[in-house]
Write a new protein. Sequence first.
Length: 87
Amino acid sequence: MSESTALFEERYRQVYDEELRGLERRCEHDPTCGVDELKGVLKALYVREGNDLEGRGQLQDAALSATIAAYEHFIEDKKKDGAAPQA
C-alpha cells in the first residue's frame, strides 16, 4: 500500500468514526433528530458530492465519502432499531 493510499484510508476512517460519534450524540440529546431529518442531510451530502466543479482533491473526497457512509450506516441502524420517522 502506498503512503498516499494509507493517508486517504486513515482520513476516511477518522472522519467516518467522528461522524458516527457525532450522530450518536446528536440523537441522544436532540429529540427532533429522526430518520427523516438525517435522510435530508444525507440528500444534501449527495448533492455536495456531485457538485465538484473546482475539484476538492482526493483527501476531501475521502472525507466526504466517509461522511456519507457514516450517515447511510447510522440511518440503516436507526431503521433497524425501529426509530419512528419524523413527520
